[in-house]
Design a protein. Structure first.
Length: 113
């Protein structure tokens, strides 16, 4: 499970940071925009290097939904997290990344256990 988690996180970081361009970053929040599916497809391929195809597909769909920012906006509102001011962007980025890594951890537990 630990190997799956570590390599899943590495695959995620490469897909989310090294392989994401401005087009994807600006437009992935809309499920109506092709950029959302291009970005999610990159995550599907990266995750498939580590996980089974069903797990990789689940991670790609979860990534697609998290990137709409709606689940995280709800989370920040319910838990009273910072949404304005100089720290808001840090909270938003890290909340996003923790949500993605949490999904990877679940996939590692399910597939590795």
């Amino acid at each position: 499970m630990t190997d799956l988690l570590v390599w899943g996180i590495v695959a995620h970081l490469v897909a989310d940071w090294l392989l994401q361009n401005e087009y994807m970053a600006l437009n992935k929040i809309s499920l109506r925009h092709p950029a959302a599916y291009v970005h999610s497809g990159i995550h599907l391929l990266a995750a498939a290097l580590v996980f089974s195809w069903p797990a990789a597909l689940g991670l790609a769909v979860a990534h697609l939904l998290i990137d709409t920012r709606r689940p995280l906006a709800w989370w920040r509102r319910v838990f009273g997290q910072t949404t304005e001011g100089p720290m808001a962007i840090h909270v938003a980025v890290w909340t996003d990344q923790v949500a993605h890594v949490s999904c990877i951890a679940v996939a590692a537990l399910v597939q590795g256990g």
